[in-house]
Design a protein around this ligand. Structure first.
Ligand code: SF4
Length: 135
């Protein structure tokens, strides 16, 4: 049996608490808070304590999906990003930039959220940017 402790950062919100994952034979089975992390100093919220449960969950999405009528089909990242870019351009050109709104996520880093608001304002031309923490 191979037992491995891996120090990492909680992916659930921008607090970025430090945690330690326990993996046994390549499967993540438990989470502990990092006592040396200056963010959480040995504590976690309920989401952090259970972070190991979603990683290997059978229902976890691992590939992008494109809606096709009433269902979804799996696709590649290249196709999904190309589709999103074409649709954003079409909507902006047809209805104007304020027909688009961008919602960012607490699961993104501050840098990713900055890039998303910059993309919204500078590339799409809309100030319709919000964040899930305000919803
Ligand atoms: S443990 Fe809770 S507060 Fe800390 S980063 Fe994860 S979700 Fe955010």
């Amino acid at each position: 049996m191979e037992c491995k402790w891996v120090q990492t950062t909680c992916p659930y919100c921008a607090c970025g608490c430090g945690l330690i994952l326990l993996a046994i034979d390549g499967e993540i089975v438990d989470t502990l808070p990092s006592r040396t992390s200056p963010t959480n100093k040995g504590t976690l919220c309920i989401k952090g304590w259970n972070v190991h449960e979603f990683v290997q969950h059978k229902d976890r999405l691992k590939k992008p999906l494109i809606r096709n009528g009433g269902s979804f089909r799996e696709t590649s990242w290249d196709e999904a990003l190309g589709y999103a870019a074409r649709e954003l351009r079409r909507i902006r050109d047809t209805y104007g930039p304020d027909a688009i709104g961008i919602l960012t996520s607490a699961r993104c880093t501050n840098e990713e959220n900055y890039i998303l608001q910059k993309f919204s304002r500078a590339t799409l031309g809309t100030n319709n940017v919000d964040h899930c923490a305000r919803l």
